[in-house]
Design a protein around this ligand. Structure first.
Ligand code: PGA
Length: 257
């Protein structure tokens, strides 16, 4: 039941023509794989979604957005709604990335609304959590993770939660080249599953996909993907190179087959 996933978060990188080239390269090089068990996703900027979606064969590479707004529609200049994303065949949406929490002051309250609107429109949220460096150094990482889950994910119904992907991304590992050790990540992933199991059920916890994110590269993911509670990766920098991105996916398939 649990699905193993590699998702690429392009962030605010590439022009539209550059993004088309990248998508074409991914599409040309991606192979047939067991789609019941594995999934490859790319999340380009809003401006690229429609064209990148046309380039990618959704049987093999799914389309994700990096954000959405929590209202249905209306006078919210500059925002993009769930219905808009849905209308161009977006299937996933990253919510609560640490960069959005930091630069756009996205609070847990806002994130809960975003997760709910996404679910209402059958978009699968990739919900990000993670502690900052000072919090880990002060040994507060478990408390931070717990409160980030309690304020959003644990407020959903079991049925809603079963449709969410969680991404553990320690903030100190994002874009820094400083990847969490497999043991550090496994410990948190296990903790997340335990909290969900306590609140809901062990079946639900076991079926959930929990990704690790933060400086994943082809040369460091094998140890992470070997861990029983790490079900794949949310990839930033390395998703901008088709070969690296696909190599990471290949390693995931190898480790989880
Ligand atoms: P990174 O980003 O792989 O460049 O560290 C990961 C992320 O922010 O999702």
């Amino acid at each position: 039941m649990r699905k193993f996933i590699v998702a690429g978060n392009w962030k605010m990188n590439t022009t539209v023509p550059e993004g088309e080239l990248l998508a074409n390269e991914i599409q040309t090089k991606i192979w047939h794989y067991d789609r019941d068990k594995f999934q490859l996703i790319v999340a380009p900027p809003y401006t690229h979604l429609a064209t990148v979606g046309q380039i990618l064969d959704s049987d093999r590479v799914k389309l994700g957005a990096q954000n959405l707004f929590w209202e249905e529609k209306g006078a919210y200049t500059g925002e993009v709604s769930a219905a808009m994303l849905k209308s161009i065949d977006v299937e996933y949406v990253i919510i609560g990335h640490s960069e959005r929490r930091k630069y756009f002051n996205e609070s847990d309250e806002i994130l809960l609304k975003k997760v709910q609107i996404a679910l209402n429109y059958n978009l699968t949220p990739i919900f990000c959590i993670g502690e900052q460096l000072e919090q880990r150094e002060a040994n507060e990482h478990f408390d931070v993770i717990k409160s980030q889950l309690e304020n959003v994910i644990l407020r959903l119904s079991a049925e809603q939660l079963s449709k969410v992907i969680i991404a553990y991304e320690p903030v100190w590992a994002i874009g820094t080249g400083k990847v969490a050790t497999p043991e550090q990540a496994q410990e948190i992933h296990h903790f997340i599953r335990q909290l969900i199991s306590e609140k809901f059920s062990s079946n639900l916890a076991n079926d959930l996909t929990i990704l690790y994110g933060g400086s994943c590269k082809p040369n460091n993911v094998a140890g992470l993907f070997e861990k029983p509670d790490i079900d794949g990766g949310l990839i930033g920098g390395a998703s901008l190179k088709a070969d690296d991105f696909l190599e990471i996916f290949k390693i995931l398939i190898d480790k989880k087959s």
